[in-house]
Design a protein around this ligand. Structure first.
Ligand SMILES: Cc1ncc(COP(=O)(O)O)c(C=O)c1O
Length: 381
């Protein structure tokens, strides 16, 4: 890569910067993780922790706990700081600069930016609102070329929360296999299915690599317990590559992650109750709105409504200024540029952090009216 190209490389995520500096609000619906679990809610003693330990290529008890959770060989597990770093490590190990990859649209912006940062030639396939944001394997096939090295998807999909079923994933796997390509599936939200043995595309064939973490579904964001599942040779390559990045994990974090994994089923129960309750509230709220059009996912914590006859920038501004509420604007998902006539597809991630939070939105938002003619938002008297 020459110096000019190098300067045009993405070196920051606009979305992450916004999320860290601008999303805070009294009613923060811009975050997709469960409300944070407090340390005192974990049954942990100081004896469980240590500052330094055996974690050169991962702390064996943590690797074992993750392998047990997925019923896979320990050689398939690579740990990383959150799904974010798992994605970075996986992509860096899978592609070389100039490689062609196929990535869903709309997409989680940091994944897209990361692919650009790593020098990939990024092609896209659409997940249209009209198809319920589903993935169409034939759309993927149409967009593949003999140069496609990797297909990248999120499941559940960020930003829409839509689940991709195993049959569709298998079809995608077959397409990849035929062309000697691989499939990377970010499963961070799939954890919100909360089964003892989590569902994963990793079981569908060697061409699948998956990334995930405990960060979103369990309120354990600060632990940064993330992982990659990959066939052993590839997993080993990732560990070796990690020597150039993070080198050695934070051992106290690894120890605490083992403790959390042992208590995961009760942590999951708490999360499930919250999400179910909030989904019910959200659906009741949506039933009363004809100014929002939504695909309503049955699981998870995010959704992606269309705002009828107004821009989401205006809506986001109004929500923030008048209703102390933050949601993620659609511009972070590449959608404002698309022409939907009077309609625009916009993001409103609804993080189900607690009934009060959602009630806040419901009570506040239900006082709003979207003006049909001038596309302005006005408050009801
Ligand atoms: C699809 C997706 N992957 C990864 C992440 C980052 O996860 P983590 O906090 O585990 O790094 C997010 C966060 O919103 C996400 O939506």
């Amino acid at each position: 890569m020459n110096a000019v190209q190098d300067q045009s490389r993405a070196r920051a995520s606009r979305y992450m910067h916004w999320a860290k500096t601008r999303s805070r609000a009294r009613f923060n619906l811009a975050t997709s993780g469960l409300a944070n679990l407090k340390l005192q809610e974990l049954q942990v003693s100081l004896d469980d922790l240590e500052i330094t330990g055996e974690s050169g290529y991962g702390y064996p008890p943590l690797i074992q706990a993750l392998a047990d959770r997925y019923h896979v060989d320990t050689g398939c597990v690579v740990t990383a700081a959150g799904t974010s770093f798992a994605n970075h490590l996986a992509l860096a190990a899978l592609i070389n600069p100039g490689d062609e990859i196929l990535l869903e649209s709309p997409a989680y912006e940091p994944l897209l930016t990361l692919a650009h940062y790593l020098g990939a030639e990024v092609k896209r396939f659409q997940r249209p609102f009209e198809d319920g944001f589903r993935i169409s394997p034939s759309e993927i096939e149409r967009n593949m070329s003999p140069r496609t090295r990797l297909i990248v998807i999120t499941n559940f999909h960020n930003p829409t929360g839509v689940l991709t079923d195993d049959d569709t994933l298998k079809e995608i796997g077959e397409l990849a296999k035929k062309r000697n390509a691989r499939v990377l599936v970010d499963e961070v939200y799939l954890q919100m299915l909360f089964a003892e043995r989590p569902r994963t595309a990793f079981n569908l064939g060697n061409q699948f690599i998956v990334t995930s973490s405990l960060t979103k579904a369990f309120g354990l964001s600060g632990l940064r317990c993330g992982w990659i599942l990959a066939e052993p040779e590839l997993a080993n390559n990732m560990w070796l590559l990690n020597d150039l990045f993070a080198a050695t994990p934070v051992h106290a974090g690894e120890r605490l992650s083992v403790v959390a994994l042992k208590q995961l089923s009760s942590i999951a129960d708490r999360a499930q109750i919250r999400l179910d309750r909030n989904r019910q509230l959200l659906n009741q709220f949506l039933d009363t709105r004809d100014d929002l059009e939504t695909i309503r996912p049955s699981f998870g914590s995010i959704m992606f409504p269309r705002v009828r006859e107004a821009s989401s920038e205006t809506l986001c501004h109004l929500l923030r200024e008048k209703y102390e509420t933050s949601v993620v604007p659609g511009r972070f998902f590449e959608l404002p540029a698309r022409d939907f006539g009077e309609w625009e597809l916009r993001s409103m991630k609804l993080a189900c952090n607690g009934p009060r939070l959602l009630f806040g939105l419901i009570q506040r938002q239900s006082q709003m009216l979207l003006g049909p003619k001038d596309c302005k938002l006005v408050a009801r008297p």
